[in-house]
Design a protein around this ligand. Structure first.
Ligand SMILES: Cc1ncc(COP(=O)(O)O)c(C=O)c1O
Length: 386
């Protein structure tokens, strides 16, 4: 395995590319949907064939009813659950798998709380290479496990949490050179995920949002989206930057704690949250996350599982957008921040994963659901509701 850590500063490596220096340069790639539309901003040669499932290009939806409840006017949901495998991971995976396959990789590996595994398995299938995933035993939503199986990946359960799975996976990869690691320590993942910033900017009519609110687990996504917005500004395409609002679960909030206490390192915790995708106690990209939060004059806060589940139900039942628990933490956070963000601010919540992946946490009360057998019974029932 190649090393992704700088030997001098021990930070994770980052790819730097001279970008397109004009808006038309960045947005002008016609005929390519989503992520690969931004090929000029990705560190891959033009002739490399993308391993793609048409990822990216997800909707940015104005959610006025939820906005009113949290004291805002311009609240948007970037619905990343509409990616091919149902989460934002596909943005990064298309780029990292393309790069790995270009370099001759045959065996892809990752540790995962579920979505990375599902995404990697899908892109490995698309590329015709083998996928091996490690997951924390008993801590992954069943919809994600079903995806991994269906896409034909080999799955290994690890005793412990995600942090243990990542640690032993990286150790194995350092000893077996055939393994290519697809976790977000791989900088090509970050390159794909940064395209979300470009899309948001375009979908808002070439405007940078005032706030970007997103869930933080291993902290790759906050690093990536911040990188995307910074590039837009450095290339002269935009003139401002958003405040990044990083949200963790109360039972897994090492980055929030470090940020609040002004510390330059995170203290690993034993994670425990119903939002299994962000059940991470020792995030790999914590340094980049702290930089994004501090440099953007952002906010870091945690929400309880109860607040998360309530926010998830509210988004689904008032706006028709069903997200997984981790994706509801930004909305739960906005409730807590009510009155602290200017009413007229443009706020984008990154809803990272589809609700169908994690059905365990929705208690369907089938026993109390009406049961009919005749048209008369149905008419009488509907008449009472009408
Ligand atoms: C649905 C979902 N939301 C948020 C996250 C957190 O992203 P990151 O680990 O990049 O912070 C994950 C990571 O697995 C995820 O699957």
């Amino acid at each position: 395995m190649r090393s992704y850590v700088c030997t001098r500063c021990s930070n994770l490596l980052e790819l730097v590319k001279d970008g397109p220096v004009s808006r038309s340069g960045l947005y002008g790639e016609v005929g390519q949907p989503g992520v690969w539309r931004f090929r000029k901003a990705l560190p891959l040669e033009a002739e490399v064939k993308a391993v793609s499932l048409s990822e990216g290009g997800t909707p940015l939806v104005l959610v006025s009813r939820v906005a009113a409840k949290v004291g805002l006017k311009w609240l948007y949901v970037k619905n990343e659950g509409q990616n091919p495998s149902g989460s934002f991971k596909d943005r990064g995976m298309t780029v990292s798998v393309t790069r790995a396959v270009q370099g001759g990789a045959k065996l892809l590996v990752c540790a995962s709380t579920g979505n990375t595994a599902a995404s990697m398995a899908a892109y490995a299938a698309r590329a015709g290479v083998t996928a091996m995933v490690t997951v924390p035993a008993g801590k992954v939503a069943s919809g994600k496990l079903a995806q991994v199986y269906a896409y034909g990946a080999k799955m290994i359960r690890v005793e412990g949490d995600f942090d243990a799975a990542l640690q032993i996976t990286l150790k194995a990869a350092s000893e077996i050179k055939e393994l290519s690691v697809m976790n977000s320590i791989n900088p090509y993942r970050i390159e794909g995920q940064k395209t979300n910033a470009y899309e948001i900017f375009e979908q808002l009519g070439y405007k940078v949002p005032d706030y970007v609110v997103l869930p933080v687990g291993n902290a790759g996504n906050i690093s990536a989206i911040w990188k995307g917005f910074k590039e837009l500004k450095e290339w002269g395409i935009s003139s401002s930057l958003p405040h990044m609002v990083g949200v963790q679960a109360a039972g897994a909030q090492p980055i929030v704690e470090a940020f609040e206490h002004g510390r330059d390192s995170v203290r690993a915790v034993q994670p425990k949250t119903i939002a299994s995708a962000i059940n991470i106690g020792n995030p790999a990209s914590w340094k980049k996350a702290l930089v994004a939060l501090r440099d953007s004059k952002g906010i870091a806060l945690a929400v309880t599982d109860e607040e998360t589940i309530a926010a998830r139900m509210e988004l689904a039942s008032t706006e028709g957008i069903f997200v997984e628990p981790a994706s509801a933490v930004p909305l739960a956070a906005l409730k807590k921040l009510k009155g602290k963000i200017e009413k007229d601010a443009t706020v984008v919540c990154i809803c990272t994963g589809n609700g169908l992946k994690d059905q365990e946490s929705v208690k369907v009360q089938l026993d109390s659901t009406p049961l009919v057998a005749t048209p008369e019974q149905l008419v009488s029932l509907l008449a009472k509701t009408a």
